[in-house]
Design a binder for this molecule. Structure first.
Ligand code: NAP
Length: 242
């Protein structure tokens, strides 16, 4: 059995990625933080399409929780390893910098950047030992361009882009690739407070994207077909200038 871990797989982009990877034959470990009902729905959706998966509840921003969950899985799967990691779990807490409290900064950095670090560190060794692995980090247009009201989120996503490029150079020789996918405006719970009708005018394709449109790119990068792409950032943003 081949294993893939999708962090934040219970909803939105993560759910579409989990479903896509399952249809590529992966047993998908669906991570989430708190929303048991949505996670169960993702597992149901993936199973009814003929795939298999397991729910894995932990906070990616808490190193002790990450190590406990991954350690438990490894103890129970001694001869196996997770060959695809999609670091997708993310939150935003938008506010102008002058009003930003420590908690706004810390929570966004812990989840979006800390999550990448803790989970990747826990899995990368076995990818290197097995001389095959795919790491895909979901970043954002905000991390490339910067967006007002999102200094915390833009900083976290830009940091993950830097980390993607650095790690790709560290581990390329072992046939492990590391790439980032940068969505623009995608219809999920994260953007449900935004007015698509107002914002779509600045998007050349004149609409928000769907989670499935992001998942297609992620699943390609996760496949063996993407064997000569590493350290790159691919935008999925309907043509928004980056
Ligand atoms: P979403 O619908 O809000 O879903 C977020 C997912 O992340 C949920 O599964 C949530 O789990 C999980 N999560 C949040 N904090 C977590 C933590 N500490 N530990 C584990 N899981 C955690 O978000 P989305 O729109 O699909 O976004 C997915 C990724 O794409 C994020 O990294 C986001 O920054 C990025 N992105 C999104 C857009 C967009 O327009 N939607 C644009 C650019 C980038 P629970 O269900 O348990 O809460």
């Amino acid at each position: 059995m081949k294993y893939a871990l999708v962090t934040g797989g219970s909803r939105g982009i993560g759910r579409a990625v989990a479903t896509g990877l399952a249809s590529q034959g992966y047993h998908v470990l669906i991570n989430y933080r708190s929303n048991d009902e949505e996670a169960r729905l993702t597992l149901e959706q993936l199973s009814s399409a003929g795939g298999t998966g397991t729910l894995m509840k932990f906070d990616v921003g808490d190193p002790a929780e990450v190590d406990r969950a991954i350690g438990k899985w490894s103890d129970e799967h001694r001869d196996e390893y997770i060959e695809v990691l999609v670091n997708n779990a993310g939150i935003r807490k938008d506010i102008l910098l002058m009003w930003m409290e420590d908690s706004h900064w810390k929570e966004v950095l812990d989840t979006n950047l800390g999550g990448f670090f803790y989970v990747t560190r826990a899995l990368v060794k076995n990818m290197l030992v097995n001389r095959y692995g795919r790491i895909i980090n979901i970043v954002s247009l905000s991390g490339i361009k910067g967006l007002p009201g999102q200094v915390n989120y833009s900083a976290a996503k830009a940091a993950v882009i830097g980390a993607t490029k650095a790690l790709a150079q560290e581990i390329g020789k072992k046939n492990v690739t590391v790439n980032a996918v940068a969505p623009g405006y995608i219809r999920t719970d994260m953007t449900k407070d935004l007015n698509e009708n107002e914002l779509k005018g600045m998007i050349p394709l004149n609409r928000f994207g769907t989670p499935e449109e992001v998942a297609e790119v992620v699943c390609f990068l996760a496949s063996a077909k993407a064997s000569y792409i590493t350290g790159d950032v691919i935008s999925v943003n309907g043509g928004l200038y980056t």
